[in-house]
Design a protein around this ligand. Structure first.
Ligand code: SF4
Ligand code: SF4
Length: 119
């Protein structure tokens, strides 16, 4: 996977072969995430990032910008709660920084992260 995103200590932290983003000394520059629910019919985090771990129906994962095959027409994960769902998906929590105000903002944020964390 080009990047792995996870909520850690209230922060959205991205890890890649280039290390953690944002680095610890820059995390204070982000507003503190507030817990929020996933926005219905978004699907940005199932489209913008690359995923290197196998996904049912996508054994080699997926490239950045490609809609996950398991993302339903209603932008819900079709394998939510099932063992084949990648661990990185289970670890990714909605956050104000990532999700933004709309899907376009989320896509732009995640596209930028993909570039920043590309090995
Ligand atoms: S980017 Fe945020 S709102 Fe959009 S699908 Fe992912 S968690 Fe939900
Ligand atoms: S497996 Fe589910 S949560 Fe993970 S990227 Fe695909 S649709 Fe999204």
């Amino acid at each position: 996977m080009g990047c792995r995103a996870a909520a850690a200590g209230g922060w959205l932290i991205i890890s890649s072969q280039n290390g953690l983003w944002p680095p610890p000394d820059q995390r204070k520059q982000l507003s503190k995430p507030i817990p929020l629910d996933c926005r219905p019919r978004c699907g940005a985090c199932c489209t913008a990032p690359s995923i290197s771990s196998p996904i049912p129906g996508m054994p080699h994962g997926k490239p950045a910008g490609v809609r996950c095959i398991q993302l339903g027409d209603d932008a819900r994960c079709l394998i939510f709660g099932q063992p084949g769902r990648p661990a990185v998906c289970s670890g990714l929590m909605p956050s104000a920084e990532m999700c933004g105000h709309d899907t376009g903002q989320a896509m732009r944020f995640l596209d930028e992260l993909e570039v920043l964390t590309h090995p």
